[in-house]
Design a protein around this ligand. Structure first.
Ligand SMILES: C[S@@+](CC[C@H](N)C(=O)[O-])C[C@H]1O[C@@H](n2cnc3c(N)ncnc32)[C@H](O)[C@@H]1O
Length: 254
């Protein structure tokens, strides 16, 4: 480890040793897995569906039977992958990778119920060290996942490695609200209403507090765009949505 290598990471508003962050994150998602989809709808008032649709439009899978390989990292219960398969043609295949077996188990059940299991592969693995070959995928997506990864730079380098030249990197993540009137409302909602919903519906205010705090600690969109560029990506852009609550980041492996 060099002198400048970080030894600590943010876990919500707490600083924790870098090597301990992943275990704490895993406990959160182990705890919320069975309620995750319901809570997403409740907490975002259904808006996460709109944000995810925008991501899927940007992935733009071919409608034909041409081969198209998506890797959805931190894919959890499969939401993004299922949407891309449904939007694409017969050649669209998705690999859903997540570090948490419990989230993947929910994803497997959902894939079977929706009759999509023929087009998905589930992989338990870490975004920082993908157990996948170089230059394999046409698109890499990560939705509401990267802020949970302790070494974001390592995850971005891995994204670059597994994309084929011409492949598209897309990251949907909470961002920085840039509308002052919305900011006050958003703060109140985040720090008061959301943990209360977490307590009432999932019996777990702490996990939802972490989710809110981790949003605030995530780098500003300009800084995150610079990290994407540093990993080797070209034509890096980002598009704020809903007053900056969320941003869609894009880059290309050329
Ligand atoms: C907020 S959920 C997002 C799930 C899904 N992408 C969605 O948008 O509904 C975050 C996911 O990131 C996963 N995760 C956290 N750290 C990870 C890592 N280092 N590598 C892969 N997945 C990770 C968690 O297990 C969890 O399933």
């Amino acid at each position: 480890m060099t002198e400048n290598s970080p030894t600590e990471a943010d876990f919500g508003f707490r600083r924790v040793p870098l090597d301990e962050k992943q275990g704490l994150v895993d406990e959160v998602f182990h705890s919320v897995a069975r309620r995750y989809d319901l809570m997403n709808d409740l907490m975002s008032g259904g808006l996460h569906r709109v944000w995810k649709d925008t991501l899927v439009t940007a992935v733009n899978p071919p409608k034909t039977d041409r081969d198209f390989r998506l890797l959805d990292v931190a894919g959890g219960t499969g939401d993004i992958a299922f949407r891309v398969i449904e939007a694409g043609g017969a050649g669209t295949h998705a690999t859903i990778l997540d570090i948490n077996a419990e989230m993947l188990a929910v994803g497997r059940e959902r894939a079977e119920k929706r009759g999509l299991d023929y087009a998905v592969t589930f992989v338990e693995g870490n975004a920082e060290a993908l157990p996948l070959p170089d230059r394999t995928f046409d698109a890499y997506t990560i939705a509401f996942g990267i802020r949970n990864v302790p070494r974001i730079d390592a995850a971005l380098r891995e994204a670059y490695r597994v994309l084929r030249p011409g492949g598209h990197f897309l990251c949907l993540e909470f961002s920085s609200v840039d509308v002052p009137a919305l900011e006050t409302l958003y703060d109140f909602y985040s720090f008061n209403v959301l943990p209360a919903i977490g307590r009432a519906v999932a019996g777990d205010a702490e996990s939802y507090r972490y989710l809110v705090e981790s949003i605030r600690k995530f780098p500003k969109p300009q800084a995150f765009a610079a990290m994407i560029r540093d990993a080797g990506f070209s034509r890096v852009t980002y598009t704020p949505m809903t007053g900056g609550i969320v941003a869609l980041h894009s880059g290309w492996r050329l």
